[in-house]
Design a binder for this molecule. Structure first.
Ligand code: SF4
Length: 465
């Protein structure tokens, strides 16, 4: 969960030669990378229309809060952020997942808690949000408004960017309310996605993080129709998209990939070094009965075989996954099945949530809800097992030299260290490499680092050459 200060908060200088201060919007961005991309689109449109953007409530004429509504903690954080914006500024428009949530009586949950908000929209609603902003803070008239970067306004550091390829989801996992908030899968045309990726690379991006709710399903809604990419017809399909992105000469990292059979097609590209050997596959559980109760797509007992086959093709493949411990009705045996799966799968990067009921999710009606303490205890046991696996897997890199993308620097007791990531690490969610020899580096640089140590999550090293 991130609360991101908006970029580019340029304050008008007090010079007579300066044009008048433009109407200025403050922005609070919460939630997952998909919400972040929605924020970036709204910010891009605001800049394109000549609005000022400020990171301070006091300098803003109106504040947009992009919310998250996925779990109860996120709902509470979003409602707090709205309350803070109302108290500090007073003019607030709410967008994002929480905006789509309603009370049992069908009223907007946000409007019920905060009746003074000016407007509430759901996620993925740039046009609606802009319409509301126009109504409450009219558009500036300025002939010099088209000075927006080609790649749009980004909330991520300059050297990496999220690339959203579709919105919504055709599945109906029983613990999830995303389809009811974001609707069924809608894929972006492949030509548009590749053009955006090219613009990002021209703007200095060195790593593209492909995101969606279900990346492997890209194009299903369009029946894999052909689109035009660099003057050639290309099918709107994950493997074809990855082939195109692989030609851009930057890191390409795939998130939210379900283990459908056609995922096997991209493993050779990973083995050849064309895209990062990294797959973020949300397995959620291993036991067939629990997977069935969860209504998971591509669930199955064959996941271990699939992982082994992937590793045969691409031995350096990093697999990241997330799991839920303590799902309603989960028995001790079924939980142990999950621990055994973990031991056998030897996944590299793993997150685990203790099951938490989300209002509106069908799993809430399942019998056998577990006590909060038991759910937490299972999560802790799970993470203990994974910590040992993770530490062991990272040890094998000590003594090797790895390619590292520099993210920034950290002042430590040992002096200034550079902090970067290998192909194994997605920003914010995975580990990092801390290394000496940082003096001549800048963020976004790719360097070779000799790995000298490891722990459960991170590596240490020395800059080579
Ligand atoms: S695949 Fe399942 S968990 Fe993921 S967005 Fe779709 S319904 Fe939700």
């Amino acid at each position: 969960m991130t609360r991101t200060a908006s970029p580019g908060g340029s304050r008008p200088r007090k010079s007579r030669a300066q044009p008048p201060r433009p109407p200025t919007v403050g922005f609070v961005s919460l939630g997952c990378p998909k919400a972040l991309v929605d924020s970036e689109r709204i910010l891009t449109q605001l800049r394109a229309e000549g609005y000022g953007i400020s990171g301070s409530y006091q300098d803003s004429d109106l504040v947009v809060v992009n919310t998250c509504g996925f779990i109860d903690d996120a709902v509470a954080e979003s409602l707090d952020a709205i309350g803070e914006a109302l108290a500090e500024n007073g003019k607030v428009i709410v967008t994002g997942c929480l905006g789509a949530r309603t009370t049992s009586g069908g009223a907007s949950m946000v409007a019920q808690v905060h009746p003074k908000v000016l407007a509430v929209t759901g996620p993925h609603a740039t046009a609606e949000v802009m319409g509301q902003i126009h109504q409450h803070l009219p558009k500036p008239h300025d002939p010099f408004v088209d000075l927006v970067p080609e790649a749009g306004v980004k909330l991520t550091p300059r050297h990496y960017a999220y690339l959203k390829i579709s919105e919504g989801c055709n599945h109906r996992c029983s613990f999830c309310i995303i389809p009811s908030m974001r609707g069924d899968l809608v894929s972006r045309p492949i030509g548009e996605v590749v053009r955006e990726a090219e613009a990002l690379v021209r703007a200095g991006v060195r790593e593209l993080l492909v995101i969606s709710q279900d990346t492997s399903a890209y194009g299903v809604d369009l029946r894999y129709a052909e689109g035009m990419v660099r003057g050639r017809p290309v099918r709107t399909r994950m493997a074809e998209l990855v082939q195109e992105l692989a030609q851009l000469g930057v890191w390409v990292r795939l998130h939210y990939v379900y283990p459908y059979p056609h995922v096997d097609e991209i493993l050779p590209l990973m083995a050849e070094g064309k895209v990062l050997p990294y797959l973020d596959v949300p397995f959620q559980h291993s036991h067939p009965r629990i997977l069935k109760l969860m209504k998971r797509p591509a669930s199955g007992e064959r996941n271990i075989e699939r992982i082994q086959a992937w590793r045969r093709i691409c031995p350096d493949l990093t697999i990241r996954s997330t799991f839920i411990a303590g799902f309603p009705g989960e028995t001790e045996d079924e939980f142990r099945h999950l621990l055994d799966f973990l031991q056998e799968a030897q996944l590299d990067r793993v997150g685990c949530f203790a099951y938490s009921p989300v209002e509106g999710a069908t799993a809430n009606a399942l019998p056998g809800a577990l006590a909060h303490a038991l759910r937490e205890e299972r999560r802790a046991r799970f993470m203990e097992v994974q910590a040992r696996i993770s530490a062991k897997r990272l040890q094998r890199f000590v003594g090797r030299t790895m390619r590292v993308l520099v993210d920034g620097f950290e002042e430590t007791d040992d002096g200034l260290l550079a902090v970067g990531r290998t192909s194994m690490d997605a920003p914010e969610i995975d580990g990092v490499v801390r290394f000496t020899g940082s003096g001549r580096l800048g963020a976004g640089q790719l360097v070779e680092v000799a790995i000298t140590g490891s722990d459960e999550h991170d590596l240490r090293g020395e800059l080579r050459g």
